[in-house]
Design a protein around this ligand. Structure first.
Ligand code: HEC
Length: 438
């Protein structure tokens, strides 16, 4: 995936901080949506087949309304799914541009698969409606053409649903394992390492539970907002299912949150990461409390409370994961920003805008005078004592200044001052001229 490195460019420290912030925001839009899309699609397929097998109209209706809720129209998929995913890919490509980490390639393939999956799921969602219309029409006037059309449509519907769910699952697995790999930037360089690690296993389980939780909550919220007393068999069925789904996932989630915390590399762990993880567990307990109340007595208000708390948990979890990622990639950040500084200085120099080189006198004042004096010895020898031997050997003096060697046993060694060759030239010229005048 080297071409992704070409679209990335060096970043200053400030840009990198900004990029992490943007990544947080993108994740807050994308991850809950991806979770619901996954949960609702899997459940929709499940209930559609169950409904067909048992001729249960309630299950069939639920299957249809589930997809219609998460895929309201094309724009939903585009603005909550495809576009944020693309931005997320760019952000990772920028942040990891100097590593051999596999994360960026994985996220790239995840993105391609995700886009294909959304097209399929969109087809799946619209053929629900078509099937219905055709079956109404064909029951009114039974013709063979219509029957055949119905059969083709329902085959298309089935395949689109099946492959949509399969591609979506692979895509999200790659994304999650890729994001986990990103937090060990220098050690995870192959797909197998990334997929079969304790960290990605813990994160995948955590994501499945989170998906169950947010799907359940979305059903409760969007199906029942403001409707306290809907007691049709359908409403009762949906409520019971959604509350149980959210409850089960909420109870499992703390386990996986802790497991994925344990799996993080040491470099990623800070007090804040621990603190946020603890906060997540506490918030989950509160959600559990609301869900229990919902099981006892359903009110739209309690459902809304549970829903908003849950969105909050998602937010906190994303901030925690991104923080851990930022901590774990501090070295990469330093490399990137050093490169940025060098590029920037080069660019300025090309237009003659670079910082003026320091004069010998300035280098002496800033770098040498702490240890040297022309007339007296300080930490290092006095220049008047050591410089005469360099009178006709300016090059040797210059080489010594660039890379000091042990000279006189009466002195400690001189530390390397990290000067550039041009700077060594000017300081050598300056001290040679000046010591004689003094
Ligand atoms: C941290 C203290 C320190 C700084 C800063 C320092 N020096 Fe020195 N310098 C020494 C010491 C100690 C020696 C003696 C080393 C020895 O004899 O092995 C020395 C020796 C020298 C010598 C004599 C080498 C010889 O032939 O014996 C020169 C010339 C010299 N320094 C130049 C410089 C210049 C130029 C700078 C600034 C760019 C500089 N030093 C900065 C500590 C320092």
């Amino acid at each position: 995936m080297d071409f992704l490195k070409y679209i990335a460019f060096p970043q200053s420290m400030e840009h990198i901080a900004l990029l992490h912030l943007v990544l947080n925001l993108i994740c807050m839009l994308f991850l809950p949506y991806a979770g619901v899309l996954f949960g609702a699609s899997v459940l929709s397929r499940y209930f559609e087949r169950a409904g067909r097998r048992t001729h249960d109209p309630v299950a069939a209706r639920f299957a249809k309304e589930l997809t219609e809720t998460v895929i309201a129209n094309k724009s939903t998929l585009l603005f909550f799914g495809v576009l944020p995913f693309l931005s997320l890919l760019f952000a990772y490509a920028q942040l990891l541009q100097h590593t051999d980490n596999v994360a960026v390639s994985m996220i790239f393939f995840a993105f391609v698969l995700f886009t294909a999956a959304t097209a399929l799921l969109y087809t799946y969602r619209y053929t629900f409606r078509l099937e219905e219309i055709i079956s109404i029409a064909s029951s009114a006037s039974k013709t063979e053409d219509l029957d055949e059309y119905l059969a083709t449509t329902s085959r298309l519907h089935d395949r689109a649903g099946f492959w949509g769910v399969v591609l979506l699952s692979i895509s999200l697995t790659l994304l999650i394992a890729g994001a986990a790999a990103a937090s060990s930037p220098s050690s995870v360089t192959t797909l197998a390492d990334a997929l079969f690690s304790f960290e990605s296993a813990a994160r995948i389980l955590q994501s499945v539970a989170a998906s169950g939780m947010v799907t359940g909550a979305v059903i409760l919220y969007f199906f029942f907002a403001g409707k306290n007393s809907e007691d049709t068999p359908y409403a009762l069925f949906v409520k019971k299912f959604a509350v149980s789904l959210t409850m089960a996932s909420t109870m499992l989630l703390p386990l996986f949150v802790l497991a994925s915390l344990a799996a993080l590399p040491a470099a990623a762990l800070t007090g804040t990461v621990f603190g946020l993880s603890a906060l997540i567990v506490v918030l989950l307990l509160f959600i559990g409390h609301f869900l229990y109340a919902l099981l006892q007595h359903f009110t739209a208000r309690t459902a809304a409370n549970a829903f908003f708390l849950l969105i909050l948990v998602f937010g906190v979890a994303i901030v925690k994961d991104q923080l851990a990622f930022g901590n774990a990639t501090q070295k990469e950040t330093a490399v990137l920003s050093a490169q940025y500084d060098a590029d920037h200085a080069g660019l300025l120099a090309r237009f003659g805008l670079g910082a003026k080189p320091l004069t010998g006198e300035e280098i002496y004042a800033g770098r040498c005078s702490a240890c040297h004096n022309f007339g007296d010895k300080k930490i290092g020898p006095a220049y008047k004592d050591v410089l005469p031997k360099y009178e006709n050997n300016r090059d040797i003096l210059r080489a010594f200044i660039l890379n000091p060697r042990k000279m006189n046993p009466a002195f400690p060694p001189m530390p390397n001052q990290g000067l550039k060759p041009a700077e060594a030239d000017s300081i050598a010229a300056y001290i040679m001229l000046t010591y004689k005048r003094k």
